[in-house]
Structures are given as structure tokens and as C-alpha cells.
Design a protein around this ligand. Sequence first.
Ligand SMILES: NC(=O)c1ccc[n+]([C@@H]2O[C@H](COP(=O)([O-])OP(=O)(O)OC[C@H]3O[C@@H](n4cnc5c(N)ncnc54)[C@H](O)[C@@H]3O)[C@@H](O)[C@H]2O)c1
Length: 381
Amino acid sequence: MKHIGIIMNGVTGRMGTNQHLIRSICAIRDQGGIKISDDLTLMPDPILTGRSHNKLAALAKRTGVEKFTTDIDSALADPHNEIFFDASGTLQRAGFVERAVKAKKAVYCEKPTAVETSEALRLAKLCEDAGLKNGVVQDKLWLSGIRKFKLLRDQGFFGRILSVRGEFGYWVFTGEHEGQPAQRPSWNYRKEDGGGIIVDMLCHWRYVIDNLFGPVKSVSCLGATHIPKRIDEKGKPYACTSDDACYATIETQNGVICQFNSSWTVRVRRDDLFTMQVDGTLGSAIVGLRKCWVQAAGTTPRPVWNPDIDQPIDFFGGWQEVPDATTYDNAFKIQWEEFIKHVALDTPFPWTLREGAKGVQLAELGLQSWTERKWLDVPGL
Ligand SMILES: NC(=O)c1ccc[n+]([C@@H]2O[C@H](COP(=O)([O-])OP(=O)(O)OC[C@H]3O[C@@H](n4cnc5c(N)ncnc54)[C@H](O)[C@@H]3O)[C@@H](O)[C@H]2O)c1
């Protein structure tokens, strides 16, 4: 058994606690580590770091983690800790990554790595120049819905893929009404705190498109701040200074047209909080977070436009759900296992800080496209 010390910074927050600590690191520990061979198992050994002793103590108690400290420098100085992970705020990320690089730790962090491409690239280069292994969370790639889609794509089910329409979002309560508190942190709606749905979501759509449909070539994006005022965690009203909806069109180098709507101001009437319709010459898919439905060319109905009668075709009935082909683990956990193996055994890990910088680049160009009201090409990084 090889124990891998992991500093988990900023994990008292939403993503850190639920996805990274409980559903990934604790789940890996509960399953007995990552079994590599009869002789070798990799066991993550976390130490929680942050600013509040009380919050860290409560989280450690709740999750059964033994070690926590508000003294990050001491955790960084301990050679047992090989990995530094950061799920703190986006604007805090750079400072922490710099400290981890100085301490010669492998660096893994949440997206976006920064809000500007130059800064995201600087962090990538810091790790590269120091010869440190590094990675960025790209969780959507391991969602079961997307894995089912990829399998069919690789088997040629779709023929030539023509277009993609992604719908992401749900209604995030403003906090103004009693009994309906906001379900996302207030910094998400303040630009000065690293908020905004363009920065948040275009990072994801970049790696989804690059990996599933082809390298991104150009972007046109319109943002909106539909709701100008919300109520924060302390019950105080605040001005929303960042976008809460993003309407983006992205073209790939191989000519696939991708439209992605992302919004915290829509009510859901679709199969999931994120769905993506993919249309190809031989078949189409609706890709959800966990499920995927398909329709083949030969089973495509033949509609005739006639608004004078009720629609005679049951369009929803014409789709077939792709069955589970295996058991699907939590997406964050799968990527964590890949990163731990990368650090311990030097296995490949292509989801680097440089790849993460491409997501920041698409977000930055999306914001620029909105401001300038024009299409922009996305240069290689
Ligand atoms: N991969 C995804 O799908 C996904 C989803 C949501 C958020 N995120 C990213 O995860 C990060 C955290 O988002 P969240 O929604 O969990 O936010 P959050 O506000 O719930 O959590 C942020 C955490 O960082 C801590 N923090 C802030 N400043 C700190 C500092 N100086 N030192 C130590 N800790 C500090 C906060 O106390 C809090 O615990 C963001 O960068 C966000 O973009 C990723």
C-alpha cells in the first residue's frame, strides 16, 4: 500500500466538500484505495486546509478525515504531501498554485484556473518549467451520458456530425422570496469576485467540444445579466455585476456548428439540467448527464407541417435509451483516480493546466465577442 499525501485546499465550499472530498477522496478511501496490482494499492491520505479552523474541524469530523490545518505552509513543507489540490475561489487560485509550485507539489485544481488566458497560461508554464505534474478538473468528460454518446460516436452511429445544441441551466433563486433561498454562492453573480456564467461554463464547453466534436475554431457569444439584484448568504441585497446567461455559437475546425445556451435564469422542461442534441447524417442523440437517447436514420419519423391538427407523431416515443454498458462511477472520482495514478506511476494525464487554459481562452474570447458584437477566431495555445 502506497499512501499519497494530498493537501485539499478550500474544500469547505460546495464543490470541494461534495464532489472532491466526499464523493472522490473519501469514496476512494472507503473502497480500499486504487488497486493497481496484487502488490500495489494507492491510498489517498488527505489533509484539509483553509482559513477557518472551526469549519475545517467540522468537515474533518463529518467525513472522518484525521488531518486539517489553517497553516498551509506547514502542509506544503511536509514531504509526505505530494499533491496540492485547490477548490477555493477562482481569484484565489493563482496565489495558491504559486505556493504549491515553490513547494514542488503536483498541482491539481478546479476550473477555471483564472479569468484571463495570460494568467491561466502563466500558471501552466510555472508548473511545466518546474517539471511538476499538473491537472485541471474536466469532469463532464466522465459523465455516463457523455461516455455512452462517445461509444456510439466511435462506432460510427452518427455518420458525419453536423450540429450540436447544448442547453444548460436552471432557475437559481434570487433569495428575495421567503422559503426560496439562493442555491448557488453569491460570488457567482459578481464579476469582481470571479463570477459570471460565461467564465464558468465556456470553460466546460471548450473541452467538451474539443474532445467530442473537433478542435474549436471560432466563437460568437452574447451574454446577459437578466437579473440585476439578488440577496446574498447574509440576507443582504447586492448588485449583480456579471452575466447570468450566455448564448454562444461555436464552430469547430471540421465544420461542426455548436450552439450552447447556459443560464441561471431558465426553468427546466427537458430531460436533465444539461442536455445536448447532436445531429449527424446517420443518427442523432440527446445526451444528458447520466442518460443518452438516440434515433437512427432508418427510424427517423417523416413529419408533415400542419398546424391545423394536433401533432399525430409521438416525437418523444421515437428515441431509444442507450442501456448502461458498465457501472459508471462519479465523474470527479474517475478523474481523481487518473491524477493519483499519474502522480504515483507516471501514467498519461492529458487534462493539464495548459488544456485548462484553453477553456479560459474560450471564456475570455466569449466576453470579448459579446462586447464587440462580432465573431472571433480562437488561436492555438
Ligand atoms: N467542475 C465544476 O463543475 C464546478 C462547478 C462549480 C464550481 N466550480 C469551481 O470550483 C471553485 C469553487 O466553487 P464553489 O461553487 O465550491 O464555491 P464556494 O464559494 O462554495 O467555495 C469556495 C471555497 O473557497 C474557500 N476560500 C475562499 N477564499 C479562500 C482562501 N483565501 N483560502 C482558502 N479558502 C478560501 C471558501 O471559504 C469556500 O470554502 C470555483 O473556482 C468554481 O469555478 C467547478
